[in-house]
Design a protein around this ligand. Structure first.
Ligand SMILES: [Zn+2]
Ligand SMILES: [Zn+2]
Length: 182
């Protein structure tokens, strides 16, 4: 793998985990739950549309704390605003999505005028499609970079789950909450 690809991955990759206290509804134990890795398909029956990936258990009675975690995620993040930089990155991405096909449509039009249509139409369409993927990667990279900064100077963002379509992070160093979307 190329260093560029590794760098991309390290910026974009989420660090799964859970770093806030929960109360067990079975035995009333309160504290840091036991983290047992994560799973892509834990479902939560809690209003507010949280999605929890962390496999959490009560350290005392062993109860699975997915619903407790879902409620906690909603409580913590429901009023956290998406940063302005995140909104700008999405706007730039959408502008790119509009501009790239427009550029190629213009090229295609010029191509037709000069009679290159037969040769170049396929190449132009393929190029247009191939440019979408780098646009998506660029957006993901720029959003990922937002997690490399924190006011505390020691950014260590743990991915706690989704709230609707937004990604919820908490800095382990200082407790700052960060909500991002792509
Ligand atoms: Zn318990
Ligand atoms: Zn921090």
């Amino acid at each position: 793998m190329s260093p560029l690809f590794n760098k991309y991955n390290s910026v974009v990759r989420n660090t799964h985990g859970w770093n806030v206290e929960l109360s067990c509804t079975q035995c009333a134990q309160s504290g840091q739950p036991r983290y047992e890795g994560w799973s892509p398909d834990l479902s939560v029956n809690v209003s507010g549309h949280p999605t929890i990936y962390a496999k959490l258990a009560c350290p005392k009675c062993g109860r699975r704390l997915t619903e407790e975690a879902g409620r906690k995620l909603v409580e913590l993040f429901k009023d956290v605003a998406i940063p302005e930089q995140n909104r700008k990155i999405i706007k730039a991405f959408i502008a790119g999505l509009i501009i790239v096909p427009f550029m190629f449509a213009t090229l295609l039009f010029v191509g037709v005028q000069f009679g290159w249509w037969g040769y170049s139409a396929f190449a132009i369409l393929a190029l247009s499609a191939a440019l979408i993927q780098p646009l998506v990667m660029r957006m993901n990279y720029r959003i990922g970079r937002l997690r490399s900064r924190c006011a505390c100077g020691q950014p260590d963002y743990i991915f706690m789950g989704l709230l609707g379509r937004t990604y919820c992070y908490r800095c382990s160093s200082c407790g700052r909450l960060l909500r991002l979307r792509d």
